[in-house]
Design a protein around this ligand. Structure first.
Ligand code: NAD
Length: 420
């Protein structure tokens, strides 16, 4: 019996079973590793602009506190449920352990539709959610960050709400906040920069020149847009396709990124940029390209399209974009597609969040150059470990990455023992 249900949780559970079999983890250790330590569900009542009171459902799941506080993003999305939040918390645990960060995984959010809220309503949702979470979070317990539907401004409201309660500024309660409030240089770009760095390392590994390659990016928010800009401007990759929830654009000759950047700054979405370059969103994923970066939502690569992907590198900017059924198809395709699994590919975000927390605790701030150097060093270490483990154990990159993360959490639990 479990309260965690739904397709995203089933994905996390199925993936874990594969890793547990691979690591030969005894049956009685599995539940302790998989199921979250704690889950909090709250009501978030808000006065809406039209005079109604609406009650939103909020969640926070803390997967394990074995290696340090929990760490994870906050998602505002219409369809959010506790199974999805728990899956994302579990993936955060393996991700933090793989990167060597002293954290367990967490995730949280509110089931709401941010574009449908006014700024005042969004602020009210954010503040009331954090207010409800105050007994359960803290710089040594659980540190929040942005995720889909939240941003630096939401983190600033979280920090203010928590700080007002404590009577002094507690910058280290959230990461991904504005630099002027103790955020770190380079956090906003960290996830996309990390994606681009790992893509360049994957290009080296398979002997593909990034300057001659093309990329399609699904999702054009924080992760997708920074991935696209960095791949193009730093690594010379031609971006041939991009999409968001409003439009999908494709041009094999290369998209005009500068003009798209200006359009996004004005309109906040891709819709209205071009009719000629429009393409069906699902078809975009199966266009020929060297690098495919899903950077939007879960489960977009499934058994139905995995066999039709025409990329050489699949760089998972999003969490959980590939279902276990799709993994089986990709595994059967052998070396055709080099997968950079999500817990490695998008780990730049939590790595720089960790740097932000460390800087806040020490009240000592680093330059963007220092942040980026340290980021690349940690990503390089994780990439090398995963590629070596995949080759040595003859397993997929996803199995290798998850196995390293799971084994580190397991070792921590074994050393600490079972209380009491
Ligand atoms: P965001 O809210 O900034 O952007 C999400 C983007 O996805 C938007 O452009 C939206 O229009 C688009 N989108 C939504 N549904 C879509 C669909 N069905 N098809 C195409 N596009 C769609 O969110 P983000 O922070 O960029 O997060 C994206 C993904 O990356 C999520 O899976 C998130 O968990 C993961 N992630 C984010 C970070 C981070 O630092 N922000 C770190 C690690 C992982």
């Amino acid at each position: 019996m479990t309260i965690y249900t739904g397709p995203v949780f089933e994905m996390a559970r199925t993936q874990f079973a594969t890793i547990a079999d691979h690591l030969e983890i005894p049956a009685d250790e599995r539940a302790r590793l998989l199921y979250p330590k704690r889950a909090i569900a709250v009501s978030v009542p808000v006065h809406m602009d039209d005079g109604r009171t609406e009650v939103f459902q909020g969640y926070r799941v803390q997967h394990h506190l074995t290696l340090g506080p929990t760490k994870g993003g906050t998602r505002f999305s219409r369809t959010l449920d506790i199974g999805e939040v728990a899956a994302l918390a579990i993936w955060m645990s393996w991700k933090c352990a793989l990167a060597g960060l002293p954290y367990g995984g967490a995730k949280g959010g509110v089931a709401c539709d941010p574009p449908a809220l006014s700024r005042r309503e969004l602020e009210a949702v954010s503040r009331r959610y954090m207010q409800e979470m105050i007994p359960f979070v803290g710089p040594e317990t659980d540190v929040m960050a942005p995720d889909m539907g939240t941003n630096e401004q939401v983190m600033a409201w979280f920090m203010d709400t928590y700080s007002m309660h404590h009577g002094h500024a507690v910058n280290e309660i959230v990461t991904g906040k504005p630099v002027s409030l103790g955020g770190t240089e380079g956090r906003r770009e960290a996830t996309g920069r990390g994606v681009a760095y790992l893509v360049s390392r994957a290009c080296d590994t398979i002997g593909m020149e990034s300057q001659r390659s093309t990329a399609v990016v699904q999702g054009f928010g924080n992760v997708g847009s920074v991935s696209a800009y960095t791949l193009a401007r730093r690594h010379g990759v031609k971006i041939t396709g991009v999409s968001d929830h409003t439009a999908a654009l494709y041009d094999p000759a290369g998209l005009p990124l500068d003009a798209i950047e200006r359009h996004m700054a004005e309109r906040g979405a891709l819709a209205g940029f071009s009719n000629q370059m429009g393409i069906d969103a699902a078809e975009l994923l199966v266009q020929p390209c060297d690098i495919l970066v899903p950077a939007a939502v879960e489960r977009v690569i499934d058994a139905g399209n995995a066999g039709r992907l025409r990329c050489r590198i699949l760089a998972e900017g999003a969490n959980g974009p590939t279902t276990p059924d799709a993994d089986a198809v990709l595994d059967a395709r052998g070396d055709e597609v080099f997968v950079i699994p999500d817990i490695l590919c998008n780990s730049g975000g939590v790595i720089v969040s960790y740097f932000e927390w460390v800087q806040d605790l020490q009240r000592l701030f680093w330059t963007e150059g220092e942040v980026n150097d340290r980021l690349e060093r940690l990503l390089e270490g994780a990439f090398m470990q995963v590629t070596r483990c995949a080759a040595a154990d003859r397993v997929s990159m996803r199995t290798a990455a998850s196995a390293i993360g799971v084994e580190r959490v397991r070792a921590g639990k074994r050393l600490r023992g079972l209380f009491p």
